[in-house]
Design a protein around this ligand. Structure first.
Ligand SMILES: [Zn+2]
Ligand SMILES: [Zn+2]
Length: 268
């Protein structure tokens, strides 16, 4: 005997047959129930069926950065870093919080130290780094006395860059529903691979589909150019002139790695 049949006979014996069966309502009660359900469905509907993109400052910055031809996240983060460093050495030299933060990290990481040199305010750098070297000297004295030294904190500019990256990626993940921003994305060279991977991880499925379609076409075209570049290095085809594929290897490096903020040399 099947399990369902056994259950049905048991229910008959216990007098519980039909306990789960649909109950038929009188027609006036059924009408009222239908009206209530319709009202609840109307209330559950969002006020705006399509999300409306607020065209805030970051939206416009992302759109402009896309149209520059570079990865918009790399570009915005680099611009923000350069602006912060300029401001720091010109205006924040006497800010105790900024000075304490740089003492805690024992200065900038190598990349940001080179960028700081490009900020061209030698006196500002001298003031900060005199503080930092005093901290290093105190740590050396403590180490000599056998004190276990705490690890320096992370480079404050690296932390600020990470926060900028997160803001830009969240803005793109939110605003790429907008047709104008999508049009700018179509005209652009897209994102570098590290930022592309992070954007895909953050975005809703329809934005993932849009970005993936755009980037598939770009990356396939770049891979074809690399193929052509390699073919023309074969001695059999070396007489063929190089065309647009001439710098494809450089564009592939940038696409795969992104462009960190430029390192600048100190001016003499
Ligand atoms: Zn990037
Ligand atoms: Zn750094």
């Amino acid at each position: 005997m099947f399990r369902a049949e056994r259950r049905s006979r048991r229910e008959e014996r216990n007098g519980s047959a039909g306990r789960g069966a649909p109950v038929s309502l009188p027609s006036f009660a059924a009408d009222r129930l239908q009206r209530c359900l319709a009202a609840l469905r109307r209330r559950a509907r969002p006020l705006f069926p399509e999300p409306v993109v607020q065209k805030h400052l970051l939206y416009h910055a992302c759109r402009e950065a896309l149209l520059s031809g570079q990865c918009p996240v790399c570009r915005l983060v680099a611009a923000s870093t350069q602006q912060r460093l300029r401001h720091l050495f010109h205006e924040s030299v006497n800010d105790p919080l900024v000075r304490e933060s740089l003492r805690g990290s024992l200065g900038y990481c190598s990349r940001h130290a080179q960028m700081a040199a490009g900020a061209s305010d030698a006196c500002g750098i001298a003031i900060f780094y005199r503080d930092i070297l005093s901290r290093v000297l105190r740590r050396l004295e403590a180490a000599k006395r056998g004190t276990r030294l705490p690890a320096p904190s992370p480079c404050p500019e690296c932390l600020a860059e990470q926060a900028d990256e997160r803001r830009c990626l969240h803005a793109l993940a939110r605003d790429l529903r907008d047709p104008d921003l999508q049009a700018a994305y179509r005209q652009s060279n897209g994102l570098c691979v590290p930022h592309l991977e992070r954007l895909l991880a953050l975005s809703a499925p329809e934005i993932v589909a849009f970005v993936a379609d755009q980037e598939k076409a770009r990356i396939a075209a770049l891979a074809d150019e690399l193929g052509e570049f390699i073919r023309k290095h074969d001695h059999r085809f070396a007489h063929e002139p190089m065309n647009a594929e001439r710098d494809s290897w450089r564009r592939a490096l940038q696409k795969a790695a992104g462009v960190r903020a430029n390192l600048q040399e100190r001016e003499p």
